[in-house]
Design a protein around this ligand. Structure first.
Ligand SMILES: Cc1ncc(COP(=O)(O)O)c(C=O)c1O
Length: 432
């Protein structure tokens, strides 16, 4: 096997990992195989990406044909048909008038792109003084400097300076009273009034945008309390603040509709996406932008001039677009979002059945997302890491953040996969 010294793994205790590496060498459908030949059930769609499971032949064909035809399409001042085709397919499923798409290569890039669009939009409308951003404690908006400034996960930001100025955080929405509530909790709508407090403190006309994950994913699945997102929308409307939903995890059927915006019936001005967009086969992210925002920005630029001085060498990369088009086609042709909605009640029932296991402190879930919070033992995250190692030994791959186990099975999962995930969780967690 290759020397393990040179590769620095992301979000991983490298020294520990290298003593006992977990190397995945093959994947198909709902399963991975490791270098020891063990088959492992994928309980987290890779990393929330592989909504269709692994190794779909249609995606392989699309990527391979695209590579043969056009491996790279110069993205500034030139383009290629796949970019327009994918944007059109996305416009068919995004809510309201979010019909314009800017492509990036990751969720992090999508978030930073959305921040810049918000600033540019206000400037174009003569409100360049709107430079503040509001986000939330315990949020995850990627790892670039803009994104970590918004983020509210302490470890992801504490070592990296003070971040962008002018970013303030609302309280998170975890509440003791909502523990073990499937779906949206009854308590906490008023937490949205934190946004109003920032309006009162700083002036609504200094705030560019409010960024939230409709369901906070990486921190351990915090489902919005009933009425909370609606109230954020109202406050944004009253003060001309853009509402941005970061749907990098919740997008593409995770909550039973294409986007959580539709599931919760709240229309944001911008949506950031990645992961499921291309089924994780080729990295891709995007920002969905309302027609009004696009028009205001483009109309304010000089005739014939560039409207947005922003973009990536790999924006709308042909291979990513090919993977994206094939993915979106399967979502549509196989009714994948409906299938996700059908499986969700069973999934949540099985996950919430784990309630009696003594180490579990809270369970949260919505759609095909579940968060199982363990009581910490030793330092923060130690019990979580021990659980992850034992799940792996038992043939299950899940995501663990600190001491919370996160489940996000592929949308093509069957009941038997859900059973196996939950049986393994019960077995391992009962023995912890
Ligand atoms: C809500 C949210 N935003 C942004 C990101 C960053 O995406 P990426 O890791 O592709 O940069 C993530 C990743 O999990 C996410 O969950």
């Amino acid at each position: 096997m290759a020397d393990l010294d040179h590769y620095w793994l992301p979000f991983t205790p490298n020294r520990l990992f290298k003593k006992d590496p977990r190397l995945l060498v093959r994947a198909e459908g709902m399963y991975f195989w490791n270098d020891r030949g063990d088959r492992l059930l994928d309980g987290c769609s890779g990393l929330f990406c592989c909504a269709l499971g692994h190794g779909r032949p249609e995606i392989l064909d699309a990527i391979s044909q695209q590579y043969q035809a056009l491996d790279f399409g110069t993205p500034f001042q030139y383009s290629h048909p796949g970019a327009f085709e994918l944007a059109g397919m996305l416009a068919d499923i995004t809510p309201g008038n979010l019909n314009r798409f800017f492509f990036a290569n990751s969720g992090s890039e999508a978030v930073d792109t959305a921040m810049k669009i918000a600033l540019l939009y206000h400037r174009a409308g003569g409100e360049g003084q709107r430079q503040r951003f509001v986000s939330r404690e315990r949020s995850y908006h990627g790892v670039n400097i803009g994104g970590i400034s918004l983020s509210g996960m302490v470890k992801n930001r504490e070592s990296f300076g003070s971040g962008l100025p002018g970013v303030v955080h609302m309280r998170h929405t975890w509440l003791e009273e909502n523990r073990f509530t499937p779906g949206q909790g009854e308590h906490g709508e008023d937490l949205a009034d934190d946004l109003q407090r920032f309006v009162d403190l700083y002036g609504g006309d200094t705030i560019a945008a409010c960024f939230v994950e409709p369901i906070a994913g990486s921190t351990g699945i915090l489902v919005p309390p009933r009425g909370y997102l609606e109230r954020l929308r109202q406050i944004c409307d009253r003060h001309g603040i853009l509402l941005v939903f970061d749907e990098v995890i919740t997008g593409f059927g995770r909550t039973g509709k294409p986007f959580a915006a539709q599931t919760f019936g709240v229309l944001p001005d911008l949506i950031t996406v990645a992961k499921g967009l291309s089924n994780g086969a080729v990295p891709m992210g995007a920002v969905a932008i309302s027609d009004a925002i696009y028009q205001q920005i483009t109309a304010s630029a000089p005739e014939g001039g560039i409207e947005f001085f922003h973009g990536y060498t790999y924006s709308a990369h042909p291979l990513a677009c090919a993977a994206g088009i094939a993915t979106q086609q399967i979502f549509r042709d196989e009714g994948i979002f409906e299938r996700s909605a059908e499986l969700a009640p069973y999934f949540l029932e099985r996950v919430f059945d784990l309630r009696g296991v003594p180490v579990i402190r809270d369970i949260r879930g919505y759609g095909l997302l579940g968060g199982i919070e363990l009581a910490p033992a030793g330092g923060l995250g130690q019990r979580g890491y021990a659980a992850l190692q034992r799940f792996y030994a038992a043939g299950l791959i899940v995501r663990v953040t600190a001491d919370t186990v996160i489940l996000a099975p592929a949308l093509i999962a069957e009941r038997e996969h859900v059973d196996r995930i939950c049986d393994t969780l019960r077995e391992v967690l009962s023995a912890l």
